[in-house]
Design a protein around this ligand. Structure first.
Ligand code: NAD
Length: 491
């Protein structure tokens, strides 16, 4: 594999990790510009490999997926160390939602790899015809990952694209440099070097990369950059999956078991220290419920983390100092009743609850993406629904209630990417459920079978023969057109 960045790095005796850091902090040099020119070479090589036809064979696809499995098995600790270095991710979270999550998805893909490209026969309109849906890999797929789950967000879509017979270029997020470096180092050691490539770098490099022609782009990240990716894709009419973000509402009513509800909300919020695209962004509840949630949250936080939360290894860190600043800017959007401390140097923001929050306050304008939980008060559930519907369509929605009519009202009236009722995050963990957004929270979906499906074009095929009997019937469509022909054909 000839990485643009890697080649440049080798010429200067640098490791990929160092390169990522250099790229983020220094002006472009001449040799780096040369490396960027080689993005075209990388895409050309991937396309030539795809066009050779070998990525389509079952044996090749299976062997590459097994190689990925071997990569995980032999380097689990390296990956765990990398995500710890980037986000101080605890081992349990990293195992469940990074390495373990990716490995489980891979096992699922392996059960589908034999069959997923086989044409599917469907009923014909004319009995003598044969109708099939052929599954065509798109070609060269670009997978762009985000930093918050830096391993699985790059490698799960990449594995799906491989299972579906595509060539793949992986662009991990530069904001998680240790994981990006691990992916850049290990993927070429295990996968075919012509078909699969890893490219590292920041905004400048990605901007250059996006000038290339891809056959499919799978992007995970913010809605703002999603629009940039979509603009770039438009130039070549490249189809895209956009896995984006936004504010995920969480409604709680007085019928919910408030102890269990508060635990489940805090767990979903504090996993990865709130840096999860489907983390509950804010709570909506009647004022009386709010008091109980706040009291329970104080007890639960003490039970889980003790008295000095900042020293507890079960809580991640905020990915970058600028995000600590951003989160600190939300603290005066309401009254702090839990937490409120932060420290820029150690990239720490304490789990925090805000009450007396106004609908138009700063914390309600952006996706929080951190451990700050604002609470808005609604006495009637319909007012909460109306508020959600005034904003962009959420990636996820949560409802805690024992009242079926309330649950039904949220599910039928609110368009969201997904939803979990009486818990958080879990709809994303079942490979039988498609995971994705709608409107500003994204387009397209993946996980399980949906991942393979995403990377396949469904080609409609009708096969007809030259037998004379059907030809008689078929010839009715030819001119001269008559009322009699019309009558027979439209019967
Ligand atoms: P990020 O900064 O890691 O960016 C994601 C990708 O976009 C990276 O590969 C990065 O290099 C590239 N990029 C960044 N700026 C760019 C630019 N100006 N031009 C071209 N490429 C650029 O991640 P982020 O955007 O900070 O991610 C956080 C967001 O992602 C949140 O909104 C979160 O909700 C969302 N997210 C969504 C999902 C999902 O599955 N729907 C998963 C994780 C995160």
């Amino acid at each position: 594999m000839e990485l643009g960045i890697k080649a440049w790095a080798r010429s200067r005796n640098l490791s990929c990790r160092v390169v990522v850091i250099v790229l983020l902090s220094s002006p472009l040099t001449k040799s780096f510009q040369a490396a960027m020119a080689s993005f075209k070479e990388i895409v050309d090589r991937a396309r030539a490999a795809f066009q050779s036809g070998r990525t389509r064979s079952v044996e090749f696809r299976k062997q590459q997926l097994l190689q990925l499995k071997k990569m995980y098995e032999e380097n689990r600790q390296t990956f765990l160390d990398a995500v710890h270095s980037d986000l101080r991710k605890p081992k349990l979270e990293a195992t469940l939602f990074e390495t373990g999550f990716a490995e489980k998805d891979l096992d699922f893909l392996l059960t589908r790899v034999e069959d997923c490209l086989k044409p599917q026969e469907v009923a014909p309109v004319m009995p003598q015809d044969k109708c099939l849906i052929y599954k065509d890999p798109y070609g060269v797929v670009l997978v762009m990952g985000a930093w918050n789950y830096p391993l699985q967000l790059s490698l799960i879509p990449a594995a799906g694209a491989i299972a579906a017979g595509n060539a793949v270029i992986i662009k991990p997020s530069e904001v998680a440099p240790a994981t990006a470096a691990a992916i850049a180092k290990l993927v070429p050691q295990y996968l075919d070097k012509e078909c699969f490539h890893v490219v590292c770098g920041g905004v400048a490099e990605t901007t250059e990369l996006l000038k290339q022609r891809f056959d499919y782009i799978f992007y995970t990240g913010s809605t703002g950059v999603g629009k940039i990716v979509r603009d770039a894709a438009n130039k070549f009419l490249t189809p895209t999956t956009l896995e984006l973000g936004g504010k995920c509402p969480c409604y709680v009513d007085q019928t919910a078991d408030l102890d269990i509800a508060t635990r489940r909300i805090l767990w979903g919020k504090l996993f990865n220290l709130g840096q999860t695209c489907i983390a509950p962004d804010y709570i909506m509840c009647p004022k009386a419920v709010e008091g109980e949630i706040v009291a329970k949250a104080k007890e639960i936080l003490k039970e889980w983390y003790g008295d000095s939360l900042e020293k507890n290894p079960d809580l991640c860190r905020i990915v970058a100092e600028r995000h600590v600043d951003r989160l600190a800017g939300y603290l005066n959007s309401g009254k702090v009743v839990v937490g409120g401390k932060y420290d820029k140097e150690s990239k720490w923001v304490e789990p925090t609850i805000l009450v007396d929050v106004k609908e138009n306050s700063k914390v309600m304008q952006d996706e929080v993406f951190g451990p700050i939980l604002p609470i808005l008060n609604y006495e009637k559930y319909q007012d909460a629904i109306n508020f959600i519907k005034k904003g962009e369509k959420p990636l996820a929605m949560y409802v805690f209630s024992k009242q079926q009519n309330v649950v039904d009202a949220f599910l039928s009236q609110v368009s969201s990417g997904g939803a979990t009722i009486n818990d958080t995050l879990h709809h994303a963990a079942n490979p039988n459920l498609p995971f994705g957004g709608v409107g500003h929270s994204g387009m397209g979906a993946y996980h399980g079978d949906y991942t393979i499906d995403t990377f396949l074009h469904k080609k409609s095929v009708l096969i007809r023969n030259f037998d004379s009997a059907p030809e008689k019937m078929l010839s009715l469509r030819y001119p001269p057109y008559t009322d009699e022909k019309l009558k027979i054909l439209s019967a």
